[in-house]
Design a protein around this ligand. Structure first.
Ligand code: B12
Ligand code: SF4
Ligand code: SF4
Length: 352
């Protein structure tokens, strides 16, 4: 028992000294959340994200490998912006918005590098060979549910994991280990109380119930995962969001005291903070190959990002974008021409 506790503390120290902000341990077990996930999938709330459908595997890490005994959950603060910066304030200034997690280098790469090193150090702690596997977004597991079970926070009404000290601008990652550790196994109390700010502020009503997101309506899904034409009725509610959406977290009182961390490896790029929309589209058109290097933006691809910018131009209701939109109206890319058509219509109906 003492050995277990010693090893757990040593592992936690390794993780915290390699740039993570908090760490908790839970038993590798079947999550009760299986029910929520199954329900979510059944209602088609996952849209085209078919990889979500393996409910059994995603709710029990032992389905990945039956020898796993411990789940080590970690958080990393990704907030690099001060209070003066938010999508809502940027909208008032006529600027676009790229989610704060995506304004710098790709977090998968940053965190994977850390996890690789940590995995190596954990293996070194044990005299015998141990199996360690780490995931950040990449694997088939419910990261929020495991993190919550490790005492790292509660799942808010916006469905994000909120840590009492850090808020919700945090990435999650999980390390699976075939050794038994000292489990924290403390489900954090829910501190949302009677607040409903996130639900009330969601522009597309994507938070359909407490902790339940219909991805098909969520701006994050629409602007990142979905590569198709976005119907005008939904596009017109996307506001100034070019990539992802931060709104249900910007309004959350638990993020008011969020710490700004410039050492987290994200390296925010000025060009992507409150971007000037005309400047951004010209960079995407002319220098996409440079822009996409190390950037999460490459997930939506060049054509997807252009589609999103055309939508945001329309939502600005500003006639200065009409000449660019006219150019895209003639585009051979059907999604671009249809999107430009809708945006022109929105702007013109505002002028007249
Ligand atoms: C698919 C996905 C999405 C989808 C669907 C989001 C969603 N809410 O389900 C889309 C594309 C919309 C999305 C958006 C975003 N995502 Co995302 N996404 C994922 C991914 C890959 C899977 C999530 C998933 O399984 N969803 C299915 C639902 C059912 O599960 P869940 O969200 O975990 O919810 C559980 C709880 O609600 C729980 N539960 C517990 N108690 C209760 C009680 C009740 C009553 C109910 C109903 C449920 C419930 O049951 C659910 C199942 O366990 C995870 C990484 C991973 N592998 O887990 C990242 C992840 C969840 N995303 C993340 C981020 C950062 C975002 C964005 C902020 C990005 C952005 N700025 O645009 C937004 C936030 C939008 C939002 N409000 O959720 C982070 C979240 C960090 C955090 N602090 O919570 C994760 C963990 C990635 C990471 N490794 O850091 N995402
Ligand atoms: S990320 Fe945006 S669209 Fe999605 S639930 Fe939150 S506020 Fe709504
Ligand atoms: S905005 Fe309010 S209800 Fe929504 S997650 Fe934050 S505290 Fe909970």
């Amino acid at each position: 028992m003492k050995k277990e506790l010693d090893l757990t503390n040593q592992i936690k120290n390794i993780i915290l000294s390699n740039g993570f902000d908090s760490v908790g341990v839970s038993e590798a077990h079947k999550l009760d959340d299986e029910f929520f996930l199954a329900n979510w999938i059944q209602k088609d709330f996952h849209g085209s994200m078919k990889y979500m459908e393996d409910v059994e595997k995603r709710s029990d890490v032992r389905k990945i490998d039956s020898n796993f005994k411990s789940v080590i959950s970690c958080t990393l603060n990704y907030n690099t912006l001060d209070k003066e910066k938010s999508s809502m304030l940027a909208e008032k200034k006529g600027k676009g918005w790229i989610s704060r997690y995506a304004i710098g280098d790709d977090y998968h790469k940053i965190i994977e590098k850390k996890l690789k090193k940590i995995g190596f150090l954990i293996k070194k702690l044990y005299s015998e060979t141990v199996n360690v596997r780490a995931y950040v977004d990449t694997g088939p597991l419910l990261e929020r549910a495991y993190a919550s079970r490790s005492g790292l926070g509660w799942i808010g009404k916006n469905s994000c994991l909120i840590n009492r000290g850090q808020g919700s601008w945090i990435f999650l990652s999980n390390i699976l280990l075939d050794q038994k550790l000292k489990f924290d196994d403390v489900t954090t109390k829910d501190f949302c109380g009677t607040c409903t700010l996130c639900i009330d502020s969601c522009p597309t009503n994507a938070i359909v119930d407490n902790k339940i997101i219909d991805s098909r309506k969520c701006i994050s899904y629409l602007t990142i995962e979905n590569r198709n034409y976005i119907e005008d009725a939904l596009a017109s509610k996307i506001k100034n969001n070019i990539y992802g959406c931060d709104i249900c977290q910007e309004v959350c009182p638990w993020n008011r005291k969020s710490i700004i961390d410039l050492e987290n490896g994200i390296n925010p790029k000025n060009l992507l903070i409150e971007p000037d929309i005309i400047n951004l589209i010209s960079i995407v058109e002319e220098d996409w190959e440079t822009l996409k290097i190390k950037s999460p933006l490459k997930r939506v691809k060049k054509d997807g990002l252009i589609r999103n910018i055309l939508i945001v131009m329309g939502n600005s209701l500003n006639k200065k974008y009409l000449s660019i939109l006219q150019k895209y109206l003639e585009s051979k890319n059907l999604i671009h021409s249809m999107t430009a058509r809708d945006s022109i219509k929105r702007i013109k109906s505002h002028i007249s």
